[in-house]
Design a protein around this ligand. Structure first.
Ligand SMILES: Cc1ncc(COP(=O)(O)O)c(C=O)c1O
Length: 388
């Protein structure tokens, strides 16, 4: 019996996280399998050494240099030029999203999302005492925009979170759907809350979580281009749109913990209210800046990872399984009568993947060609030898 006053709603909860197992082939948390080159490592080490010489001081609270470098990166990656004031960053996009829920969620407020989706969303909501409501996606994991509109009207959420590409399904949202949802979100925020002009209801904040955005297939747009759109008076057409990105995936910097968000300056300034002072350490800022200066090299494997992913989808289908089209660096496949047994059989053969998503399905992340060969061989062995 504990004597500690844990919040009653946290009683019995376990800390979130996939099993961290030391096995030869780790394909369970959607990392980039390629480590940084010695040249990148050396530049980062020098940048960290320079930062270390000033560690007696607190870091820059607003870090304009890093935000400008992230804006430059987005301009190259998505062709959308944003100001540094439109960028926010924190320790992983997990923390960025927590800032969003801290600023806009809270008691008596609702966060709406669409399942199956990333399993941290309910945790951000829980931790900020925000009500978390979900609606199902269609069977192919796309969104039924009419149903989304209905849900928005019914729930009047403060925050809507849409992962695109979605985890664990790999599904990207068409821009038309995002636009329709942004329009439905206008003046449909928490009931009875006056907007900034003192008379109208607020808009719901719509977060498009593009953690896997760089892996999207050619022709699949990023919602970033909507941030550039203006209304008749020249203001932001979608002041309630936020796009979350991360350096953890395509960028190959999961260990750095640097996530970021692009939005209207008004929205970003509201996130600044809830951040802890100096939340982004000087070492993190220096490392991220050094890594961003090598963006071409760090991103050079994205094309081959995409090709490997498409090959994996084809291969899984040839074996007779269902594998969903993916715009991310992972593939959802199945169904298996006993997915836990398949997962365990793969693990016994040195390959760690993830049990997540709809019943019977598993998610595998794209690794190096050698890792994928090992995965394919192990999967065949599991299904033939273990009869699962
Ligand atoms: C959809 C989605 N969003 C956000 C994240 C969190 O990424 P980060 O490492 O930036 O916190 C993940 C991580 O797996 C993810 O799958």
């Amino acid at each position: 019996m504990t004597v500690l006053p844990l919040r009653p709603d946290l009683a019995g909860c376990e800390p979130y996280g996939a099993p961290e197992l030391d096995v030869p082939v780790r394909l369970n948390v959607n990392e980039n399998p390629y480590p940084p080159s010695p040249a990148v490592v050396s530049d980062i080490a020098q940048a960290v050494a320079r930062a270390a010489a000033g560690l007696n001081r607190y870091p820059d609270r607003d870090f304009p240099e890093l935000r400008a470098a992230l804006a430059d990166y987005l301009a190259v990656e998505s062709g959308v030029r944003l100001s540094w004031e439109q960028i926010w960053a924190a320790n992983g996009s997990n923390e960025v999203m927590l800032h969003v829920l801290q600023a806009f969620g809270g008691p008596e407020r609702t966060c709406l999302s669409f399942t199956p989706t990333y399993s941290m969303y309910p945790e951000y909501a829980r931790d900020t005492l925000t009500r978390y409501v979900t609606c199902p996606r269609r069977d192919d994991f796309t969104l039924d925009v009419d149903a989304v509109t209905e849900a928005i009207k019914r729930e009047r959420p403060a925050v809507i979170i849409l992962a695109s590409p979605n985890n664990p399904t790999g599904t990207a949202l068409p821009l038309d759907d995002v636009v329709a949802i942004l329009e439905a979100a206008r003046e449909c925020g928490p009931a009875g809350v006056a907007g900034t002009d003192g008379t109208r209801d607020t808009h719901c904040v719509v977060v498009i979580d593009e953690a896997y955005g760089e892996f999207r297939r050619p022709g699949v747009p990023s919602a970033l281009e909507l941030l550039g759109r203006t209304d008749a008076s020249g203001g932001a057409r979608y002041p309630h749109l936020a796009i979350a990105r991360t350096m953890s995936k395509a960028f190959g910097m999961a260990g750095l913990r640097l996530g970021y968000l692009a939005a209207s300056q008004e929205l970003v300034d509201m996130l600044r209210i809830v951040r802890l002072p100096y939340h982004l350490s000087a070492v993190t800022q220096a490392t991220a800046l050094a890594a961003l200066s090598h963006r071409d090299e760090l991103m050079s494997q994205v094309a081959s990872l995409r090709a490997e992913r498409d090959g994996l989808v084809d291969w899984l289908r040839q074996q007779g399984w269902t594998a969903y089209d993916s715009d991310a660096n992972f593939v959802l496949f199945g169904p298996f009568a006993d997915r836990e047994a398949v997962w365990q059989g793969l693990l016994d053969r040195g390959v760690l993947i993830r049990v997540v998503g709809p019943d019977g399905y598993l998610r595998v992340c794209v690794g190096t060609p050698a890792e994928m060969e090992r995965f394919r061989n192990a999967l065949i062995a599991v299904t033939k030898e273990d009869h699962v």
